[in-house]
Design a protein around this ligand. Structure first.
Ligand code: GUN
Ligand code: ZN
Length: 436
């Protein structure tokens, strides 16, 4: 996809608005849908009003009227591995075997900058076809893989958060290892080159404790302390075997989180993927430090990890984002991801409301990434990243939506059964991104 020329315009449809956190307030008061129009100027939302009123006020602006389609903030995927695009849905393994069998061999290919560029472009186009406008992605140990993703994001005007995945232990294969020093040096150089350049944000990225030595975690903790406006992303307590492995590799640590905490890898801006098996001490420290958790439901079912307790973690008042975790996750679609989150909620005994699911995929993720002042809501002053959704995109969805008696019942079939066919348009900074 290539961006169309950016023009100021009016975009109209059924607009999703947030008035609070739907896990704290009644969901239907926190999230509303109403027919309205957005004035887009310089890639931002300048005004929100009735279409007739905006047309009268701004008669020279072109109008794109999406009618009955739902307009949401662009989806924000808070944890993914773009280099795993080519091995998504690899069969039959749990986490450690899945990494060794499928993931590590594929990631070794990213020393080739041309291959990294090819996959980065393919991946971001998949995201745009699925209504995702921002992703937080792991790359590989190769700086070329980071360059490729940020460059592809810049070419599309997308807000991208990414970092070089650091691994220096012999638990990772030889071709995928750096050292404490090269991890520090290469990450630092990438921060200097990309962090806060246009829409790029750098995330310091130790893959997870089992593939880093304490020396590397210490070096990356120091780098984060020197660059506190960066984010820090890693994995935490995804599978029981992994938790036991961490205990054996770090015998002095109080728990899994402590392997990060000892080195300053905790706090506001820390993003912990998965976080299914948490001890009470870990929950308390995550709360005290303002760290974020990222829920990856299609991955948790696909790799057989377990059931994240969304209701409990939101009751703990933790920031929680939603993510595909491609390619451990089995989809590029945040609709499919919301559906899996609903199913895990049911297995945990809580039916998440469609308003809560949409909030998680947009505002919740943006809050987890500390980017809510820029993306994740449709509000005056925010960047005009928008997703336009057809609520009757297939005959099966349409016949169910037709029976609905309120807007949430009309939306829910698309959350549960929708895919990229439901995405009518994806706007990045007010620009329509269509297939070339
Ligand atoms: N833990 C460490 N690396 C990975 C990864 O690539 N995917 C998932 N799902 N978990 C991980
Ligand atoms: Zn991951």
């Amino acid at each position: 996809m290539i961006p169309h020329a950016q023009k100021d315009c009016i975009i109209a449809g059924q607009i999703l608005s947030f008035h609070g956190d739907p896990f704290v307030m009644p969901p239907t008061e926190a999230v509303t849908v109403r027919a309205a129009a957005l004035q887009i100027a310089d890639g931002r939302i300048k005004d929100i009003a009735d279409l007739a009123a905006l047309r009268a006020k701004l008669p020279d602006l072109p109008v794109i009227d999406h009618g009955d389609a739902l307009i949401t903030p662009g989806f924000v995927d808070a944890h993914a591995h773009y280099p795993q695009t080519g091995i998504i849905t690899s069969w039959g393994k749990r986490l450690i075997d899945w990494l060794n069998t499928y993931t590590f061999p594929e990631e070794q290919r990213f020393h080739d900058a041309a291959y990294a560029r090819e996959i980065a472009a393919l991946y971001l186009d998949f995201l745009l076809s699925n209504g995702t406008t921002t992703v937080t992605s792991f790359c590989t140990i190769h700086p070329e893989s980071v360059e490729a993703l940020f460059e592809a994001g810049e070419a599309r005007g997308m807000r991208i958060i990414a970092g070089k995945t650091c691994m220096d232990r012999d638990t990772a294969p030889e071709g995928l290892r750096d050292t404490a020093q090269t991890a520090y040096d290469q990450s630092k150089a990438l921060i200097e080159r990309w962090h806060q350049k246009a829409r790029a944000t750098y995330a310091i990225t130790p893959r997870f404790s089992p593939t880093s030595t304490p020396e590397q975690l210490e070096a990356l903790g120091a780098l984060w302390a020197e660059n506190p406006s960066c984010l820090m992303q890693t994995h935490l307590s995804e599978q029981t075997d992994e938790v036991a492995w961490v205990k054996s590799l770090y015998p002095k640590a109080r728990d899994y989180l402590d392997t990060y905490e000892q080195f300053g890898l905790i706090g506001k801006g820390a993003l912990f993927g998965h976080a299914i098996y948490l001890e009470p001490r870990e929950i308390a420290r995550l709360q005290d430090t303002g760290s974020s958790l990222i829920h990856c439901p299609t991955s948790n079912t696909f790799i057989g990890s377990g059931l994240f307790d969304m209701a409990a973690r939101k009751a703990d008042r933790l920031r929680v984002g939603l993510a595909t975790d491609t390619g451990g996750g089995s989809s590029f679609s945040m609709l499919r991801t919301m559906a899996a989150s609903y199913e895990i909620g049911q297995l945990r005994g809580t039916a998440l409301h469609p308003a809560q699911l949409l909030w998680l995929a947009t505002r919740g993720s943006s809050e987890s990434l500390h980017q809510e002042h820029q993306i994740g809501s449709i509000a005056v002053g925010l960047e005009a990243d928008l997703t336009v959704i057809d609520l009757a995109s297939t005959p099966a969805i349409a016949q169910r939506a037709r029976r609905s008696t309120d807007v949430w019942e009309a939306i829910f079939p698309t959350i549960m059964m929708g895919d990229d066919r439901a995405i009518v348009e994806t706007y990045v900074m007010g620009r329509a991104m269509r297939p070339t």
